[in-house]
Write a protein that binds this ligand. Structure first.
Ligand code: SAH
Length: 235
């Protein structure tokens, strides 16, 4: 399916994903059309419009667009536009998804109320993600107004000062379901997190963790995936 969705430009790539049903929400489609993926794949601009992961340096990759779309669609009910929603993007890497999430909660021109924190444990990637975001007017506005914060830290601990979060996205596979992250979810709130299975085969599953308005937590095992692990920072 992936190669069939590739496009000659960003709008074509995202429209193809929408046309085959890998994106079903017009809100997600519009947000992904307005964030140019090539701004976030500076070393491989020609490959930016393929529906596949791409290297971004520091042994990291920008995830495939259909995975970013799946994460946005899962979190969407918790990310109303211009309602002050708080979102945490763990393993923010290139900054692409952080920008799409901010577009969803702050609106297409980045002027609505909402706050998105992107956290990565590699300083070089955080610097690069800020440069990437500054390539568009909306990205510069989101950074300059503080609606998007890109910070260095261990994402396994979350980022308590920015919470509690209506939506948490984890972009690397956790070795366990981190309770600290569940604690930082709002009531109600949702987390989208890949977790390594204990089956010994190295399989990973997306878990969707919901906290309802009374604080009751439910965990649902969703699709099988392949993410890089959430690790200690390189020395
Ligand atoms: N979602 C991003 C990057 C995905 S790659 C994108 O699409 O561009 C996974 C990212 O997780 C890498 O950038 C890696 O540096 C980061 N990462 C791995 N372990 C981490 C940890 N403990 N804390 C924060 N970030 C981590």
């Amino acid at each position: 399916m992936a190669w069939r969705c590739s496009g000659r430009n960003n709008a074509e790539l995202i429209s193809n994903l929408f046309n085959v049903g890998l994106i079903t929400s017009p809100r997600v489609r519009d947000a992904m059309i307005s964030v140019d993926r090539a701004h976030y794949c500076p070393s491989s601009p020609l490959a930016a419009y393929e529906d596949s992961p791409q290297p971004i340096g520091f042994s990291a990759t920008i995830s495939a667009p259909h995975m970013h779309a799946a994460a946005c669609e899962s979190l969407l009910p918790y990310m109303p536009e211009n309602k002050g929603a708080k979102v945490l993007d763990i393993g923010s890497g290139s900054g692409y998804l952080t920008h799409v999430l901010a577009n969803l909660v702050c609106g297409g021109d980045g002027t609505g109320s909402g706050h998105v924190v992107g956290i990565d444990h590699i300083q070089g990637l955080v610097d690069m993600s800020r440069e990437n975001m500054r390539r568009s007017e909306e990205g510069r506005r989101l950074l300059d107004t503080g609606k998007v914060e890109l910070i260095v830290g261990d994402g396994r601990k979350g980022y308590a000062p920015g919470g509690p979060y209506d939506a948490i996205h984890v972009g690397a596979a956790a070795s366990e379901m981190h309770q600290t992250l569940i604690d930082q979810l709002n009531s109600p709130g949702r987390m989208f997190i890949p977790v390594e299975d204990s089956d010994g085969w190295g399989s990973q599953w997306i878990w969707v963790v919901d906290k309802d308005k009374d604080g009751k937590v439910t965990k649902k095992k969703d699709m099988g995936v392949r993410y890089v692990p959430l690790t200690d920072a390189p020395k």
